[in-house]
Structures are given as C-alpha cells and as structure tokens.
Design a binder for this molecule. Structure first.
Ligand code: PXG
Length: 464
C-alpha cells in the first residue's frame, strides 16, 4: 500500500493496533508489522474495499470460499433470524435444532450417492481431523486395529491441526511443529506440468496419471496394505498449486484403494459447492469416497462451519455401533452457522449456480487463454469450473521452472494487488477462484488486470 504518512488517521491507528496485538496466520509477524496491514472494511459482490477507499476485485473469493459473493442479504437475514430465535444450543443432550436438521437433509440431497449422514464441525482442519478419527474408529469397529496409517500426497493441503498438517504434503508446514506425526505417509501427486522438471521427460498426461498411481501402489505394497487405513486427497489440489489430475488418475487410484481395502477420504473443502461445475469434485471426477470433508463454500464463508459426510459403509458401521461416539465440538451444528449454510444451499439451488459455473467457467478459461496467448512467460493455463491457474516459467514453450520458486509469482501478485485485483501466487503459479456469481464484465476486468500484471512481470524479468 502507499506511503504510511499519506494514510488516513484511522488507517494508521488500525495498523498500529494490529501490529501491537494481532498475530496473523501464515505471516512473518515482524515483517508484516513493519510493512503494515491493509485493512479491509467492506465488501459487495466480487469487490472488497480497504480503509483507504481502494476498490479491489477479489479473484480468490476470500480464501476460495465466498461462492455467492459478498453482501448477500438473504444469508445475512437468515443469520439474523437464527441469532434472534436460537443464538446457541448444542446437540450433546439428546437435542437438535431445526436449522441443523434441515441443513443435514439438504446436504444429503446434493452429496454423492450413499452419503446420507453428516457430522458438523467449524473449519476444514477440524473436519479433516474428525475424519481421521472416524476412520480409525471404523477400523477398530471392524476388528482391524492394525490399519492405522494415513496416506496423502505431495502438494496436498488439508489444514493446520496436528492431524491435518501431518496429512498436508506442503513440507514447509512441518519443521516448526515437529510434524508430521508418526503414521502419516506421502505418495506422489499427479502434477503433470512439473513432470518434465521432475525427470519424467515428455510423458503424456494420461500416462503420467497412471505412472503416479503405480508409484502409489508400490508404496502401499512397501508399507504393507494391512497397515493402511486411508488415502486422503483433494479431487483437485488447491493450495498446492491448482493441480488437476489427468483423466487416467482417479480411476486408477480408486481401483488400487479397492484392491487393498483402503478407505478413500476426499477433501472437498475447495472443490465442493459448485467450484468445479458439479456440487462436488467427487461427481465431476466420478470418485466414490468412503468419507468426505467440506467447509468454505458450505456457508459461502459467511459463518465458520464444516461437515464430514459418511458413505454407506462407514455411515452404517458408525451409526449401528451401539455405543457412544466420543467426539464432537461445542459448536458442532451451531444454529446460526447452520441457518446461514442452509440458506446458502437453497440460494445456490434456486439460482442454478452450479450450472452457471459451466458457462461462466469456460468463459473465464477462454478469455484468459486469448489474453495470454503467446506471452513469453506463460507455460500453461489450466482450469476447470471457476478454478484457473497460470504457470509462469522462464520460457513459455518449455515445462521448466524459474530457479528461485516464488520470486516471479510474488512479483506478479504484487502487480495484481496494486492494480486492485486479488490473485494468489503459489510458487510461480498464479491462481484465481472468483465467486460463482461473477459476471462476464467482471471476468473481463479480472482477465485484463491479470494480463497487465503478467505482461509487466515478463518485462521486469527481461522476457518481453
Ligand atoms: N482442506 C483444504 C483442501 C483446504 O484448502 C483446509 C482443508 C483447511 O480448512 P480451514 O478451514 O481449517 O482453514 C483447506 C484450507 C491458501 C489457503 O492460501 C487455503 C486454505 C486455507 C488458507 C489459505 O490457498 N485452504
């Protein structure tokens, strides 16, 4: 942001208070305090405004979560009504509430086949943590307590609790906390764009998908299938760099999990709720999960709420165990969060937003491709639904990376910020995931700003 002395008094005060009292997630506190935060004061549609009055197009839907865009009055009213009627009660004492009951039923109507039962939590990390506990419980119920190892993939992001961070395959998340915990094993992810740099030559995408599945099977055999409880994966890897699996990947992986009796845990925290053109990534990629976790778009981010859905195998075992399930949070199925999530799903359904993604998504992909055609540092533009990624590389014709990963991406991301567009840089991959309500004119603005930032970046790195 601009020179601090030119900022309004109010902004300066907020910055000072924030620096004195507030530690930010995934941030270098000292560096951030020196630079000063940008204070976001309001939002409407796809736009945010900061305390200096700058208008910003949010190409990331917050953190991949604001499916309906900001300022939706129906969601606000649903929350307000619940706050007035039943601001809090829990589900521990043989009690329930209408909002959570109706939300569970509505979710069951859009979830993949067999997923009839859900549990609630408050964040994606908690949902994943809960899922792993339920997986352990399932195998204990089935008399296979030796099945304890949780497989997940390189580049995976599953959250930050002890278990979710241990599942995550982004290695910088581990050393500060002595993670991963024992019992967490990684297998390779299907990052085809990086295949050449990783020494796989000019391998075709589908061949690569099969190769990665084969490597997973080899690792399973090495560990011993009888010790493996589950395989956790995002249908499309999000925070790891928007990695879309080759067509061949999921069918091969599912076959392997069935062969060795390994439960499939799909993390739909990003891919759920229309993001990839179906209600869930499971449907888009024809995956049959045993357990699924979701958060973010469940309430369009308006309230913290997440859910764990159980396929028939786990659902029946756990529902019919005839003993207490010793798990649950004070805020599991919070009535206000449930009311907002329920309204969110009703609006998505009524307004046909999932189907809308299948027209506005391709429009975004097409526009981005046209705008960036021939750009010397663009190696690939990939996407599905309203997810889009642009690989920035030294030579657009080669699948090889810049030597100092993240440097060029951050440079480009700063250009975006300064021109009023929020995009994420993951290493040197620029990504966007705008609200499902984005209009064609707003897509045009997003693409024009992204193109401008990428053109300037190319120039700064001597490539244009
Ligand atoms: N699973 C997936 C697939 C996620 O993307 C989580 C679990 C954890 O959710 P909670 O609600 O505990 O944060 C996530 C979260 C980023 C970014 O910069 C992505 C996430 C969170 C924060 C930042 O891309 N994803």
């Amino acid at each position: 942001m601009s020179n601090p002395s030119s900022l309004h008094n109010q902004t300066q005060q907020w910055r000072a208070l924030d620096a004195a009292h507030h530690i930010h997630p995934f941030s270098d506190t000292a560096a951030l305090n020196k630079e000063g935060v940008r204070v976001i004061t309001r939002a409407d549609g796809v736009y945010l405004w900061d305390s200096e009055g700058h208008k910003i197009l949010d190409g990331m839907s917050g953190l991949w979560c604001v499916q309906l865009g900001y300022g939706n009055k129906e969601l606000a009213e649903a929350g307000y009504e619940a706050l007035k009627t039943l601001p809090y009660y829990n589900h521990f004492f043989k009690t329930s509430n209408p909002y959570t009951i109706e939300l569970a039923a509505k979710l069951a109507s859009v979830l993949p086949d067999g997923h009839e039962r859900v549990l609630f939590a408050n964040s994606g990390s908690e949902a994943n943590d809960s899922a792993l506990k339920l997986i352990r419980y399932y195998w204990n119920l089935k008399g296979k307590p030796e099945k304890k190892i949780h497989l997940s993939r390189d580049y995976a992001y599953h959250g930050v609790t002890f278990a979710a961070a241990s599942l995550s395959g982004l290695t910088p998340m581990h050393p500060q906390f002595d993670l991963p915990l024992p019992g967490f094993e990684k297998v390779p992810g299907p990052y085809w764009f990086g295949a050449k740099a990783a020494g796989h030559g000019d391998i075709d995408a589908d061949e690569f998908g099969e190769l990665i599945a084969k490597k997973m099977e080899e690792r399973i055999v090495e560990i011993g299938p009888d010790r493996i409880a589950s395989f956790s994966a995002e249908p499309v890897q999000g925070a790891g760099g928007l990695i879309f699996p080759p067509e061949s990947y999921w069918p091969a992986v599912q076959k392997i999990c069935r062969k060795y009796d390994i439960l499939v845990h799909l993390d739909e925290v990003i891919t759920g709720f229309g993001r990839v053109g179906e209600w869930f990534g499971a449907q888009a990629y024809k995956i049959a999960p045993d357990i699924m976790t979701m958060a973010k778009g469940l309430s369009s981010g308006y309230q913290p709420i997440s859910a764990i859905s159980l396929g028939s195998r786990m659902g029946e075992a756990i529902s019919n165990s005839n003993e207490e399930l010793v798990h649950g949070y004070t805020y599991s199925g919070h009535p206000v969060a449930s009311a907002v999530a329920l309204k969110n799903l009703e609006v998505m359904e009524r307004d046909g937003l999932v189907a809308r993604v299948n027209s506005i998504g391709p429009y975004l992909q097409r526009s981005m491709r046209e705008a960036l055609a021939g750009n010397p540092i663009v190696g690939e533009i990939r996407g599905k639904g309203l997810l889009c990624a642009i690989e920035l590389v030294p030579d657009g014709k080669e699948r090889a990376f810049f030597p100092d990963p993240g440097n060029v991406g951050t440079h480009c991301r700063n250009y975006c910020f300064n021109s009023g567009l929020i995009m994420r840089a993951i290493r040197d991959t620029m990504v966007c995931a705008p609200p499902l309500t984005i209009t064609e004119a707003e897509v045009d603005e997003l693409v024009a700003k992204a193109k401008d930032a990428i053109d300037r970046t190319a120039k700064d790195f001597g490539k244009a």
